[in-house]
Design a protein around this ligand. Structure first.
Ligand code: DSN
Length: 411
């Protein structure tokens, strides 16, 4: 097919080219972002976007779904294979992203006003885990647990809170937690109080599928994940649930929360899940962990404090209070140097509006092919920007030079 966008809408084309160049010339340390292949973009940019497929495979509200049915079935089958699941689990791949996926689980399994329990946003939980500004915290009664001042989950405290409030769902899985999660322990706590255990593995789905992080199965009743983080797929989500719960969740997705699934997105999810057992994917997930650890060690060596003392996964939280710089200032200086990391609260932060930390992750640098040597170099640049207060524009020249040796696939 001849390329058309540049001819028809040069303004939009130019903006997309500039964004591609920005991605090429910077190092993306945001642990929830990704770098997809051009093969994936072919599926995502396909004419499947034209089609309506409200309903489920074989039971659609529109005709003409022969191939969309096969594509959605393939995605569901691959979702189960990716995590080694058998007939007692089912998959839904229609949620448009992580937030609707989580809401569908709550609306499917809870009545309005019933109690759910998740980690507070300020401790590394997600908005949809019961924060008061989110539908999850408005529609349901939300109980929030927090990490200790050491940045670690105190499983006994979580159990005590669960015994006190008797939530109907307990959520494990986080957006800013650098340690491994003890899913078995969460399963025990949920069982004791008669709750469902929802594991939201959005951040670590790639690591989990590659056995680089303990699996939430069989300790969870439902597992949600976005597909655009360590899984390295398109924006989207997968819900895995025990067979007897899936009907309720399916109905919460459609007609409860959404209309037709995005078939082009489903195809790209099927592609992503088809890659997870390849040796290249497994190797990349191992390298993500090695790179995060190398970056963490390099920062610790330079005198930075890391929440929880380091990392066991793909991300680290740098506590900047000893460096006399706010999370916002650090984020801005790092961006000038071409290092893209986001400000984040750290345990004990008095206000979420002025966080004292920066969150960093290794997935995108790893997807670009960077290894321990580069991760160490990134740690040195961060130190030069934040501690030595060197001119970030000068450091950016070095960053762009490194980036030129690790091209994003679209330039
Ligand atoms: N925005 C994602 C993150 O950065 O972790 C979570 O939704």
């Amino acid at each position: 097919m001849e390329k058309q966008l540049q001819k028809i809408d040069a303004v939009l084309y130019e903006l997309i080219q500039k964004e591609i160049q920005r991605q090429q010339d910077t190092i993306d340390l945001i642990p929830s972002e990704s770098l997809v292949s051009t093969a994936l973009l072919e599926a995502l940019g396909s004419p499947l976007t034209n089609k309506y497929s409200e309903g489920e495979v074989g039971k659609r509200y529109y005709p003409g779904n022969e191939y969309c049915d096969q594509i959605e079935s393939l995605a569901k089958q691959r979702a189960k294979q990716a995590f080694g699941l058998g007939d007692d689990w089912e998959a839904n791949v229609q949620a448009l992203s992580g937030s609707p996926a989580n809401l569908a689980v709550y609306f499917g399994l809870l009545q309005v006003g019933e109690t759910m329990m998740g980690m507070a946003l300020s401790s590394g939980g997600h908005l949809t885990h019961g924060h008061k500004v989110n539908a999850s915290g408005k529609v349901f009664k939300s109980v929030q647990y927090e990490v200790g001042i050491d940045g670690k989950i105190d499983y006994e405290k979580v159990a005590e809170l669960a015994r006190e409030h008797k939530p109907k769902i307990i959520i494990s899985g986080y957006t800013a937690y650098p340690l491994k999660i003890d899913f078995a322990k969460f399963g025990e706590i949920a069982k004791e109080v008669g709750a469902y255990h929802l594991a939201d593995i959005s951040h670590i789905a790639g690591l989990v599928s590659a056995n680089c992080h303990p699996l939430p199965f069989p300790f969870a009743d439902v597992v949600t994940m976005t597909t655009h983080k360590t899984l390295n797929g398109p924006r989207g989500a997968v819900i895995l649930a025990k067979k007897e719960l899936m009907d309720k969740i399916n109905r919460a997705i459609f007609p409860g929360l959404q209309g037709g699934p995005h078939n082009h997105q489903t195809a790209a999810i099927a592609f992503t899940l088809g890659q997870v057992k390849t040796s290249a994917f497994l190797q990349t997930q191992k390298q993500i962990i090695l790179n995060a650890k190398t970056l963490a060690d390099s920062l610790i060596e330079k005198g930075f404090n890391l929440v929880a003392g380091g990392t066991e996964n793909h991300l680290l939280l740098v506590d900047l209070r000893s460096k006399n710089i706010s999370g916002m200032e650090a984020q801005n200086l790092l961006e000038k140097a071409g290092l893209i990391a986001n400000r984040n609260t750290v345990p004990g932060d008095p206000s979420p509006f002025n966080p004292s930390g920066v969150r960093m992750g290794s997935p995108v640098m790893t997807f670009r092919g960077m290894k321990e040597g580069e991760a160490k170099m990134i740690g040195e640049w961060i130190d030069r920007v934040i501690t030595q207060r060197e001119n970030p524009e000068q450091i950016k020249l070095e960053v762009v030079d490194l980036c030129s040796r690790f091209k994003v696939p679209y330039v």
